[in-house]
Design a binder for this molecule. Structure first.
Ligand code: ADP
Length: 170
């Protein structure tokens, strides 16, 4: 019997190292569009993240706590497999720039080959968050040597500022 995937359930996958205001915007807007949103933190054993998977899980769980229809989980392996495991039929992604479009297009075509029954839905970044990336945030925090609260508050949720600064103090 063919499995039934829920088309009102979207899974938003990413590294979230760390979660940013851009990610939060996509999560909040996704939660308004779909009945249920699962935020999937991708664990890549080949990469050394700044925040461990447990730390990212804790940060994101706190961020989404006001949103009743959003949950957070970690996964290893292919994102489409995780979406299927969740019973969802939608993969949610954010889109910022032309460079994002090119990369996401390639990824989406590959995912479509792997899982034709899972649809990728893109939300354009809100204007004020277009230039925000986790990489940029780590650079700013690193350059300020753990002392740039005022700058960081423009880019990450308040609850992420202190854990981020702590990573660069010592
Ligand atoms: P990945 O390593 O999979 O790109 P990220 O955590 O960087 O993981 O991003 C996860 C998703 O969120 C991607 O679809 C990315 O394009 C999107 N995204 C990242 N930053 C923003 C932002 N500032 N505004 C909107 N979408 C974003």
């Amino acid at each position: 019997m063919a499995e039934v995937l829920d088309e009102r359930h979207a899974v938003y996958v990413g590294s979230f190292d760390p979660p940013t205001l851009g990610h939060c915007d996509i999560i909040t807007r996704g939660a308004g569009l779909f009945h249920r949103v699962t935020v999937g933190i991708g664990i890549n054993p080949g990469k050394t993240p700044l925040f461990s998977s447990d730390e990212r899980l804790e940060l994101l769980r706190e961020i989404v706590s006001p949103l009743e229809n959003v949950e957070v989980a970690c996964f290893e392996g292919l994102a489409v497999d995780f979406v299927r495991q969740c019973g969802a039929s939608v993969m949610l992604r954010g889109m910022r720039t032309l460079t994002d479009i090119e990369a996401e297009f390639t990824l989406t075509l590959a995912n479509r080959c792997l899982a034709p029954d899972i649809e990728t839905v893109f939300l354009m970044a809100s204007e004020q968050y277009t230039s925000i990336s986790s990489t940029l945030i780590k650079q700013i925090a690193g350059m300020g040597r753990g002392e740039s609260t005022e700058q960081l508050i423009e880019f990450v949720p308040e609850s992420v500022v202190e854990p981020l600064l702590k990573k660069f103090r010592s």
